[in-house]
Design a protein around this ligand. Structure first.
Ligand SMILES: C[S@@+](CC[C@H](N)C(=O)[O-])C[C@H]1O[C@@H](n2cnc3c(N)ncnc32)[C@H](O)[C@@H]1O
Length: 277
């Protein structure tokens, strides 16, 4: 077990790194952060942040029925407007990904608003899917081949959620560890999705490596993240060697979630990129 070197000045980056090493998930655990999570006990421990975020997003509502979290997104590409609902088993036991994080809900909501045309006939791959919410929402939208991916401990909850939503025909579950070679059975995606995957600094170069391995300059990449600390800036410093990005401007909810320090960007792989992250 590592011990913290208290001789380092408070706020020093080296001390921050030591703390990260001792507790990789500490940036996800502080009180304000937990307030932003909807977990299976979301109704028994309602928080200002959850209700603010959800009631602030007019196209989305949630409920807990029989221990399952049900997220409903209103879409307007059908007339009259209808609901697209996804039910989720949520469970923090396999790791932080077993909960539904706000950035995932925001990305899912954006995709639902874009509608079936946006994903029609595409291969869509989600990185760090956790419960699978974003990829499941895409699968429920329509005719796309969807892969939801994460580390081994999350695969079981993802499979349960695919079955729960009857999406076995369209949504596949695969193990994909960032920084590892892309398994041969994972096809090159047309669209890559990632929500709330910037939180653990040692994983920054691994995530960038995987984004690079999976993409070309035509790949559509939607990346939704929550800014938690100054070190997140280093992710973008690494990222810019391989990708450019632009904030998504056609999401009417953008101003609402930007108040929660959440940003949705589109990444563009640079044609000239060939170096390591
Ligand atoms: C904060 S959770 C977000 C989950 C989900 N995208 C959402 O928005 O609810 C981060 C996810 O990244 C996954 N993750 C972290 N490090 C990873 C790695 N090295 N390879 C693959 N997935 C990883 C975690 O297992 C977790 O599911």
């Amino acid at each position: 077990m590592l011990e913290l070197d208290t001789s380092l000045p408070c706020g020093d980056i080296a001390q921050e790194e030591q703390l990260d090493h001792l507790d990789p998930l500490r940036h996800l655990k502080d009180d304000t952060e937990l307030e932003g999570i909807i977990s299976s006990d979301g109704l028994t421990r309602p928080s200002a942040s959850v209700s603010e975020l959800l009631t602030a997003l007019p196209e989305q509502s949630h409920s807990v029925e029989d221990g399952l979290l049900k997220l409903s997104f209103t879409h307007r590409w059908d007339s009259p407007p209808r609901l697209l609902s996804i039910s989720l088993v949520v469970d923090a036991a396999p790791g932080c990904g077993g909960l539904a994080w706000p950035a995932g809900q925001i990305l899912a909501n954006y995709l639902v608003q874009k509608g079936p045309k946006y994903i029609k006939g595409k291969t869509v791959l989600e990185l760090g899917s956790g419960t699978g919410l974003v990829g499941l929402a895409v699968g429920a939208l329509g005719d796309a081949k969807v892969l939801i991916t994460d580390q081994a401990p999350l695969l079981s909850i993802m499979r349960s959620n695919v079955s729960l939503n009857n999406l076995q025909e369209r949504v596949m579950v695969a193990e994909l560890n960032w920084g590892s070679p892309i398994p041969a059975d994972i096809p090159p995606p047309d669209i890559i999705l990632a929500a709330d995957c910037v939180y653990f600094e040692p994983a920054f170069p691994l995530l960038i490596q995987t984004l690079r391995d999976l993409s070309n300059s035509n790949t559509e990449i939607l990346f939704c993240y929550k800014k938690r600390r100054k070190a997140d800036k280093r992710f973008f410093t690494m990222l810019k060697k391989t990708f450019a990005w632009k904030e998504v401007s056609d999401d009417p909810n953008r101003q609402i979630y930007s108040r929660e320090a959440i940003t949705l960007v589109r990444l563009f792989k640079l044609k000239s990129s060939n170096g390591s992250p």
